[in-house]
Design a protein around this ligand. Structure first.
Ligand SMILES: NC(=O)C1=CN([C@@H]2O[C@H](COP(=O)(O)OP(=O)(O)OC[C@H]3O[C@@H](n4cnc5c(N)ncnc54)[C@H](OP(=O)(O)O)[C@@H]3O)[C@@H](O)[C@H]2O)C=CC1
Ligand SMILES: O=C(O)CCC(=O)C(=O)O
Ligand SMILES: [Mg+2]
Length: 738
């Protein structure tokens, strides 16, 4: 096994469906690239792996493992980084506690997650777990800006093999509901730090009596940094949510709530909690204290609250009160299992959940499994307008025609924890009525807000070098494609106005101002949808949140999934980070594998990333064989698309494992056929022949495995042996791959 510190390519160990896929695909990659002397390391950034690495003192020598995330966090700041990063779990509290429980049951002597820490020791444990919670991986690795797009071949495939799309009715009642004021959008202030203001700032809470509490100390603000502050009023949020519930009832639609509780791991679980409380209304007023005392936390979702109610003596009475509430229909995550939209904050993640509604023609599913229109509640207005405008557009124009639509690519400002996605350490729930302010190193107050108890206040920054690099990347992508290029920036929003002060002069200095437009997200959405409807392409040049949202929204509409996206992070120090797809770790797919031994995960993202990584290795290390392997990997990816070898969704049909066989075969055939490296051609000719000769045996061995339940020995940390056994069921293929 390659050492992670010296390996040429690092292929991350993650969670859930992509990790199952790796059990089948990694042996193939290793066999092929070893012919060029390329080693592949496997740093473990899985949720379970990160928990284990955090508590070495609790574990035996055999159980302990290295903190691979910290190692990768350093590596990505060096020019030699070449990392293939698969999607990992960004854990909500329910996921974190489930992972801890699984590890404990397997003999790991880990502390419980302290829901309500009291002692110093509990607070210390909580702080260590909080560092693992939510999106704790991606922001550490993303030391560069984001370039996400559909490869030409992938886009062509989608046009020629359109996925299903729900029809849009012009009288659809589906809509987006947002607050009309007192939200993050309304309260945002922003400034660019000057030389005189630079240095370590602090964030303070000033109580009504003048007492000052430091919320954050030693917060470095370099000159050129755009620094924002804003807050959402808890009171206004609560009354908005109560009204939204009534409004949904009056409309006769379903209540659905869309948040990013993983990336926004401090603010959004609180907002989610307000929604759970609003839904429970009088029941929470009457029993909230008892439920909280029993350990139920609305911020962890209705599921957590219901579990706490079950431990109370009057559980049946409380549940009867909940059932008797006059509520609209509820949008369901799984109507068969009774999992509602409000059960778990990580079950409805806005970047994937809103496009799913839009792709379905504005439809969701209620408690009875019936399909219907939905009120999509997204309290804050900073980004909700993109969904509102998309819905308006499709109501007016009908669903997108996948066979002719162009494509929206993204250039995203992401490096160095840019914008809101870096705000976890500087987000606070106001402890009382008072003022929250940012005090600069020179003593000046940069921003200050009058807040009430419970208001959600946050500050965030984006540094100058990442902004300049992002504009360069936008210029590059526009030059290479000639596409329409739009900076999605709202001149009326404080933060965006500061960014425009960077963007406008840079475009003018490059002599390219006429090739770019600057539009607020709503207008940019309408314009981009118009452009792709006409068959042309557009580049969305956006901040970090829109990067995340748009690289699911457009791919899910255009390609049926964001799993097929090319997702490159050009690290600012010269290294390469190749993310696989733009989506997540697909928990539903694991369930299907466990029940039916069918894995519908599509590894197209891994295929694309592998080709990029090998080509990058060829460039940076001057390894010509790596280049030959990279070009051949691209041919294999093309083969998968041309011959329709991607996994099917249904048991009994070819799945993820079949697609890996075909990828190996096309890859070997391309290597055998090329003439740039005779040695590689000679080496792969017999492999290609064996794979072709073995087709009938291999595909029937793979098919024979499907159907019965599959035992993988754990959810968050499956057994390596069982995983390999399930994911590599073809003895014929294994004999060739070794
Ligand atoms: N880059 C990263 O590290 C990311 C991590 N995440 C994490 O992933 C988890 C799940 O997030 P969620 O919002 O449910 O989003 P997912 O992207 O995991 O899943 C949404 C749906 O997208 C489809 N899908 C996604 N990837 C693939 C693929 N490779 N092949 C086929 N279909 C695919 C599936 O649809 P269908 O059911 O129709 O098959 C799936 O159910 C969370 O823990 C989240 O934090 C989320 C986004 C990015
Ligand atoms: O890091 C995460 O939690 C999610 C990341 C994500 O959704 C994305 O990058 O598109
Ligand atoms: Mg995303």
């Amino acid at each position: 096994m390659a050492d992670n510190k010296t390996a040429d390519i690092l292929y991350t160990i993650v969670d859930e469906a992509p990790e199952l896929a790796s059990a089948s695909f990694l042996p193939i990659i290793r066999k092929f690239v070893s012919t060029a002397g390329i080693t592949v390391g496997t740093p473990d950034i899985s949720l379970a792996g990160r928990i284990i690495a955090t508590f070495p003192e609790n574990l035996t020598a055999e159980q302990r493992q290295n903190d691979d995330l910290a190692m990768l966090g350093e590596l990505v700041k060096t020019p030699s980084a070449n990392v293939i990063k698969l999607p990992n779990i960004s854990a909500s509290v329910p996921q974190l506690t489930a992972a801890i429980a699984e590890l404990q049951a397997n003999g790991y002597d880990l502390p419980n997650y302290p829901e309500d820490p009291q002692t110093d020791a509990e607070k210390a444990v909580r702080a260590r777990y909080d560092a693992i919670k939510g999106s704790a991986v991606n922001p550490v690795l993303r030391e560069g800006n984001s370039d996400r797009r559909a490869a030409r071949a992938v886009k062509n495939y989608a046009q020629n093999n359109p996925h299903s799309m729900g029809a849009w009715a012009s009288d659809s009642k589906t809509k987006v509901s947002s607050m009309s004021g007192s939200d993050f959008y309304a309260n945002e202030v922003s400034a660019t730090i000057t030389d005189a203001q630079a240095g370590d700032a602090k964030i303070e809470f000033v109580a009504k009596d003048g007492a000052v509490t430091t919320l954050k100390d030693s917060w470095p603000l370099a000159a050129g940094t755009v620094a924002d502050a804003t807050f959402m009023s808890a009171k206004v949020l609560s009354s908005f949510l109560a009204e939204a519930i009534e409004d949904t009832k009056n409309d006769g639609t379903m209540f659905s709530f869309h948040m990013k509780a993983t990336m926004m791991k401090v603010s959004d679980p609180i907002i989610f909690g307000h929604a759970v409380v609003a839904w429970l209304g009088p029941v929470w007023d009457a029993h909230g204290d008892a439920i909280a005392a029993a350990g139920g936390s609305p911020n962890s979702g209705l599921g957590d609250v219901l579990a706490a109610i079950d431990t109370l003596d009057n559980a049946d009475a409380i549940k009867a009160e909940i059932a008797a509430l006059d509520r609209p229909a509820m949008y369901m995550v799984d109507s068969d299992k009774g999992i509602t939209n409000l059960h778990v904050p990580s079950d409805v993640i806005i970047d994937a959940s809103m496009p799913a509604v839009i792709r379905a023609g504005g439809k969701g599913w209620d408690e009875t499994g019936a399909k219907g229109d939905t009120n999509c509640i997204i309290p804050d207005r900073c980004y909700s307008t993109i969904y509102d405008e998309s819905i308006n557009f499709f109501k007016a124009n009908g669903a997108l025609d996948v066979t002719t639509a162009g494509s929206v690519a993204n250039v995203g400002l992401m490096a160095q924890k840019a914008e809101e996605y870096g705000s976890h350490p500087t987000t606070f729930e106001a402890p009382a009525d008072g003022t929250i302010r940012i005090v600069l190193a020179n003593g000046e107050t940069l921003h200050s807000h009058t807040v009430e108890s419970g208001d959600i206040w946050r500050a965030c920054t984006v540094k100058q070098a990442p902004i300049e690099n992002w504009i360069e990347l936008a210029l590059d992508r526009q030059r290479l494609t000639g596409s329409e290029a739009i900076f999605w920036l709202d001149a009326n929003r404080a933060h965006d106005a500061e960014l425009i002060k960077y963007v406008q002069p840079a475009l003018e200095a490059a002599g390219k101002a006429d090739l770019f437009q600057i539009m607020a997200p709503r207008e940019a959405t309408a314009q981009s949808l118009k452009t792709i409807t006409s068959g042309a392409d557009s580049i969305a040049i956006t901040g970090n949140v829109l990067r995340d949202y748009l690289t699911d929204l457009f791919p899910i509409l255009e390609l049926g999934t964001s799993a097929k996206m090319l997702s490159i992070v050009k690290l600012m120090q010269g290294g390469g980070l190749f993310e696989t797809g733009a989506g997540g770790s697909a928990p539903k797919h694991v369930q299907q594998l466990v029940e039916q031994n069918h894995l519908r995960w599509d590894s197209m993202g891994e295929f694309c990333a592998l080709g990029e990584s090998l080509n990058f290795l060829a460039d940076t290390q001057g390894n010509a064989k790596a280049g030959v392997l990279g070009v051949a990997a691209e041919a294999a990816t093309q083969g998968i698309l041309d011959d329709n070898r991607s996994p099917s969704r249904k048991v009994g049909e070819p799945d993820n494992r079949d697609s890996h066989y075909w990828f190996a075969r096309y890859w070997a055939e391309a290597l055998a056929a090329q003439s740039d490296d005779a040695g590689l051609a000679a080496e792969f000719a017999p492999v290609a022949k064996a794979l072709a000769d073995g087709e009938a045996a291999i595909t029937s061995e793979l098919a024979a495995a499907q159907g019965p339940a599959a035992e993988i020995g754990g959810y968050y940390r499956p057994s390596a042996e069982l995983k390999a056994k399930i994911m590599r069921p073809s003895t014929t293929l294994n004999a060739i791959i070794g």
